[in-house]
Design a protein around this ligand. Structure first.
Ligand code: ZN
Length: 89
């Protein structure tokens, strides 16, 4: 049957995409890429809590530590959202 995609193969593609997306989001949040890649591929709904998860450590270009209070804030944030202190660079 031309143009027909087997459901199992389609499901595999969806889970693969979920796994890859989970891996990238985990990398952005300083979490273990391999673990989240696998978790999201097996359970795609886990992408949601991962999306809202706070970063565990400083990630270059994504999250940095506030120079004053040490909380993790967005890399380009001009002001810390926790202590309101201005950020240099
Ligand atoms: Zn701060």
């Amino acid at each position: 049957m031309p143009g027909y995609v087997k459901p199992a193969f389609f499901l595999f593609l969806v889970l693969l995409a979920a796994g890859i997306a989970g891996g990238f989001m985990a990398a952005d949040r300083g979490r273990r890429v391999a673990v989240w890649c696998l978790l999201c591929a097996l359970l795609p709904p886990l992408l949601l809590p991962l999306y809202f998860a706070r970063p565990l450590r400083e990630v270059e270009g994504v999250f940095k530590k506030c120079s004053k209070c040490g909380e993790l804030i967005k890399w380009h944030a001009p002001v810390c959202k926790y202590c309101k202190s201005g950020q240099t660079a």
